[in-house]
Design a protein around this ligand. Structure first.
Ligand SMILES: Nc1ncnc2c1ncn2[C@@H]1O[C@H](COP(=O)(O)OP(=O)(O)OP(=O)(O)O)[C@@H](O)[C@H]1O
Ligand SMILES: [Mg+2]
Length: 486
C-alpha cells in the first residue's frame, strides 16, 4: 500500500511472520537448547563416573589390599616360626593361602589344620592373589608370579632378623572378576540413568517450549494482525505478575490505545469535513441562486456571502491553530504582564456585544495589579473566547460575573453566567474538539466546538488549568488558574 504525503512517498509493506531463509522457530530452539544441555550433563556425568571408577575405585581396592597385607604379616611370621623356615611352602604351595589367614584367633592351630583365608571384603577384591613371598635374598618363594617394581613391601622379622618379604603388587586397572563386574554394572547403571534423564529432559523441554511460548506466540500473531490494521486484536491475559503476563497486558493496552486513537482520528476527520461542508454548501447554494437570478446581487447578498466566508476562515484558522498546538509549534511570546489589565480590556471590548445581547456584566477585579508571566495576545484570545461563549450561550436578560484574585502562588479567574447551563454529563467533554453541548442550538449560533479546546491549549502552555462546572447564577462556571509572578 502506498501513501502519498506531500512530496514524499512512503511505501508500507505488509510485515511477514516468516523470513525468506527459514530459521527454526523459538519453540524448536528452546527445545534443542534444553535437550542439548541435558545430553551434555548426562555425558559429562558418565565420563566423570568412569574416571572416578578407574581412579577412586582402584585407590579403594589398593587401600583394602594394604590393610590385608598388614593383617597377613603376623600370621606369615608365625608360620615361619612354627615351621622353622620357608621350605614347607616350597614343598606345599597350597598352604600359602592358609598361611595368609589373619591371626590371632587360631595362631596356635597347626598351619595344615587352618581353613583357607576367609572371604573378607579385601579377600573379595582378590588382594591375597597379588601377594608374593620373597626370602631374605629377595627370591620368590610363592604367590603372585611377577611382583611389580613399585610393589608395597613388609619385612618378615623373626628374632630381629629379616627372614623374608611379603610383597603386594597394586591393582593397575579394574580388569578381572568381581571388580570388572562391579565396574560394568556401574557403567550400565550410569548409561540407563543418563538415558532416562535425557528422555525426561526431552519431555520437559517439549512441554516447556510449548507451554511457555504459547502466550508469546499469541502476542506475535496478535501483533501481526494489529500491524495489518485489525485494532480489535487482543490476547488472553494470563494471571500472575510474570513477564509474559505483563507482555500480554501491555500488548492489550497498546491495542486499546491504538483503537481509541484511530477512532478519534476518524471522528476528527468526519467532524472537519462536516464542518467544512456546511458553510461551503451554503456558499454554493447562494452563489447558484445569484447566478440563476433567483436572488439579486445586492449588498445584503454580499453580506451573507461574506458571513459564510468568515465562518470558513475562522474554522480553518482554529484548526490550524490546534494542529500547531498539537505538534508543539504554537509560538508564545511571554512577558511580564498584568492580568487585571487584560481582563479589564477584554470585558471593555465586549461592552457593546453584551448590551446587544441584553446581558449585564458584573466585574469583580482587585484594585492592585495581578502580575503574571505570559503571552498577552494569547491570553486576550483566551478570555475573548470565554466571553464570546457567554454572550452566545446565555439567554437575553441574563448576567455575567467576572472575578479575579490572587490565591498564594495562583491567580484564580472565574467567569459565571446565567442560564442555560451545560448538563453535568457533558461537562467533562466540554474541552473536546468539535464538542457542542447542544448541537442544534449551537450550530444555529455558528460555533464549531473548537473554542474551548483552543482555550485549554493556551492555559496549558502557561502551566495553568481550566475547569468547568455549574454556576450559582444558573449557567456555566469556568475557572482559569494561572501561576502568579513574584
Ligand atoms: N457559557 C456557556 N454557557 C453554556 N454553554 C456553553 C458555554 N460555553 C460553551 N458552551 C457549550 O460548550 C460547547 C463548546 O464550546 P466551544 O467554545 O468549544 O465551541 P463553540 O462555541 O460551539 O464553537 P467555536 O468556539 O469553535 O466557535 C458550545 O457549543 C456550547 O454548547
Ligand atoms: Mg466558543
Amino acid at each position: 500500500m502506498a501513501v502519498l504525503h506531500g512530496r514524499c512517498r512512503f511505501v508500507y509493506t505488509e510485515p511477514r511472520l516468516t523470513c525468506p531463509a527459514m530459521k527454526p522457530n523459538l519453540a524448536t530452539r528452546l527445545f534443542a537448547a534444553v535437550l542439548g544441555a541435558a545430553v551434555v550433563v548426562a555425558v559429562a556425568k558418565g565420563v566423570g563416573a568412569h574416571v572416578n571408577l578407574n581412579r577412586d575405585f582402584l585407590g579403594y581396592l589398593n587401600e583394602q589390599s594394604v590393610g590385608r597385607l598388614d593383617l597377613a604379616v603376623p600370621s606369615v611370621t608365625a608360620g615361619y616360626r612354627q615351621q622353622g623356615g620357608w621350605d614347607f611352602l616350597r614343598q606345599r604351595p597350597d598352604l600359602w593361602y592358609r598361611l595368609l589367614r589373619p591371626l590371632p584367633e587360631d595362631a596356635q592351630v597347626p598351619l595344615t589344620e587352618r581353613p583357607p583365608a576367609m572371604p573378607t571384603p579385601a579377600e573379595l577384591t582378590g588382594a591375597s592373589r597379588r601377594f608374593t613371598l620373597l626370602d631374605a635374598e629377595r627370591r620368590r618363594i610363592v604367590g603372585f608370579a611377577s611382583p611389580a617394581p613399585d610393589a608395597i613391601e613388609r619385612a618378615i622379622v623373626v628374632d630381629g632378623l629379616t627372614v623374608g618379604w611379603l610383597v603386594l603388587t597394586p591393582f593397575e586397572s579394574v580388569s578381572s572378576g568381581a571388580e570388572k563386574r562391579f565396574a560394568d554394572a556401574q557403567a550400565r547403571t550410569g548409561w540407563v540413568v543418563g538415558g532416562a534423564a535425557v528422555l525426561l529432559a526431552a519431555a520437559v523441554a517439549f512441554w516447556a517450549s510449548r507451554r511457555l511460548l504459547r502466550p508469546v506466540r499469541q502476542v506475535a500473531e496478535a501483533t501481526h494482525k494489529l500491524a495489518a490494521g485489525d485494532h480489535g486484536a487482543r490476547v488472553p491475559e494470563p494471571g500472575g505478575g510474570d513477564e509474559i503476563g505483563q507482555l500480554a497486558r501491555d500488548f492489550n493496552q497498546l491495542a486499546r490505545t491504538l483503537q481509541r486513537n484511530e477512532a478519534m482520528r476518524r471522528e476528527f476527520m468526519a467532524d472537519v469535513s462536516h464542518e467544512l461542508r456546511t458553510p461551503l454548501g451554503v456558499l454554493h447554494g447562494e452563489l447558484e441562486a445569484l447566478e440563476d437570478g433567483v436572488r439579486p446581487l445586492d449588498a445584503q447578498a454580499l453580506q451573507s456571502l461574506k458571513g459564510e466566508v468568515t465562518t470558513l476562515h475562522k474554522l480553518v484558522d482554529d484548526l490550524y491553530e490546534l494542529s500547531l498546538a498539537d505538534v508543539g509549534a504554537l509560538s508564545y511570546r511571554k512577558t511580564d504582564l498584568d492580568l487585571r489589565e487584560i481582563l479589564d480590556d477584554t470585558a471593555g471590548s465586549f461592552g457593546e456585544r453584551l448590551r446587544s445581547s441584553g446581558l449585564v456584566l458584573e466585574l469583580d477585579l482587585p484594585p492592585e495589579p495581578l502580575p503574571a508571566f505570559g503571552d498577552a495576545r494569547r491570553l486576550r484570545q483566551l478570555f475573548a473566547n470565554l466571553f464570546e461563549n457567554s454572550c452566545r450561550y446565555t439567554d437575553p436578560g441574563g448576567a455575567l460575573r467576572l472575578q479575579a484574585r490572587r490565591d498564594g502562588r495562583q491567580m484564580l479567574i472565574d467567569l459565571h453566567d446565567s442560564a442555560p447551563g451545560v448538563r453535568d454529563e457533558h461537562l467533562p467533554r466540554l474541552f473536546d474538539r468539535f464538542f457542542r453541548a447542544d448541537g442544534s442550538r449551537s450550530r444555529r449560533s455558528g460555533g464549531a466546538g473548537l473554542g474551548l479546546s483552543i482555550c485549554q491549549r493556551i492555559v496549558e502552555a502557561h502551566e495553568g488549568r481550566i475547569q468547568a462546572g455549574p454556576s450559582p447564577l444558573g449557567g456555566l462556571w469556568l475557572r482559569v488558574e494561572l501561576p502568579a509572578r513574584g
